[in-house]
Design a protein around this ligand. Structure first.
Ligand code: ADP
Length: 304
């Protein structure tokens, strides 16, 4: 028998089912918060310019909000919006008692720089963790809003019982949205983390040691079965639209399946859990605003 025939079928880590469970839990919390506060829980998506993908994403968040019983609205601003105007919108939402969470869609149109307006967004309403205050908390292993996609990768690993402490983990990609925060979240779970990026000399050599792999490079087929370690667990954060409209991740699934122990599919893996994380953040945002801050958390490595 060849090793391939001996290999048990890889587990497909289903994000859709997990997301449904998370939505149900969040819906109960939203109900309770509404009753407690006597006012709805609201989320605002700020969309600048008319990028089609960003429109799809905004509508998806609205659907997700409706699912958990939250009020959702999209604030559409022209691509000619100035830095001052965008800052005013963010300040107004930050003060608005009916808005508990704000998602500013990135990237902004050319000419607008998120760094010039981000201080006008209340970090306690920053559901997708784009504010440097949240990035700082996450990098220190403390409680704050991590970017939703990065957190979704960790939520999946935890839900499916994948141990992290002490294990070699490799992150492919170092974007602020996924790779960089994933690295910090893995470290908080005491994994031994390596981050690969465009200048990594030998991706295959790094992956050969990886028991847990998180891929977020935006490059279809970048990681395939030939370079994955047998028995590894792979979380694919990639979302690539091929010329024929098919959506695929960064991992070549057919070749990976005969090598890995478990793999998240695209679509149906990290994507739905990302939306569920945003709604979980909305509930946590309501609480953090009521308390005037995030709950304290000891960094994991200093715990017993
Ligand atoms: P995402 O939003 O999915 O994180 P970005 O385009 O912002 O995607 O970032 C892509 C990341 O993937 C970058 O950090 C880049 O260095 C990394 N990357 C791209 N191609 C490769 C490659 N061939 N090998 C390793 N890392 C890569």
């Amino acid at each position: 028998v060849s090793p391939e025939e001996e290999h048990a079928p890889a587990r497909i880590l289903d994000g859709r089912g997990l997301a449904l469970d998370m939505f149900a839990a969040t819906a109960r919390e939203v109900d309770a918060l509404r009753a407690e506060r006597g006012r709805a829980v609201g989320v605002a998506v700020v969309k600048v310019g008319d990028d089609a993908a960003s429109g799809v994403y905004a509508r998806r968040i609205l659907k997700t909000a409706a699912r958990v019983g939250a009020d959702g609205r999209v604030i559409e601003l022209a691509s000619t919006t100035t830095r001052i105007e965008l800052a005013q919108v963010l300040r107004r939402l930050s003060r608005d008692a009916d808005t508990s969470g704000v998602i500013l869609q990135l990237p902004l149109p050319t000419g607008l720089d998120v760094r010039h307006v981000i201080e006008d967004l209340d970090p306690l309403k920053d559901l997708d963790g784009i504010h440097p205050f949240n990035a700082g908390l996450v990098s220190r292993g403390e409680i704050g809003f991590a970017p939703s996609c990065a957190e979704a990768a960790l939520v999946i690993l935890r839900h499916f019982g994948i141990a992290l402490a002490g294990r070699p983990a490799v992150v492919v990609g170092r974007s602020n949205v996924v790779g960089r925060p994933v690295q910090q979240l893995l470290l908080r779970e005491s994994a031994t983390v390596t981050v690969c990026h465009r200048q990594t000399r030998d991706l295959a050599a790094e992956l050969a040691r990886a028991e847990v792999v998180i891929v977020a490079a935006g490059s279809p087929g970048l990681v395939d079965g030939s370079i994955l370690r047998p028995g590894s667990v792979v979380v694919d954060c990639g979302i690539n639209v091929l010329a024929d409209g098919t959506i695929v991740g960064d991992v070549d699934v057919p070749s990976a399946l005969s090598v890995v122990d478990a793999l998240t599919p695209v679509p149906g893996g990290v994507g739905p859990v990302t939306n569920a994380v945003l709604m979980d953040h909305l509930v946590r945002a309501v609480r953090a605003q009521a308390e005037g801050g995030f709950p304290d958390a000891q960094p994991m490595e200093s715990r017993a």
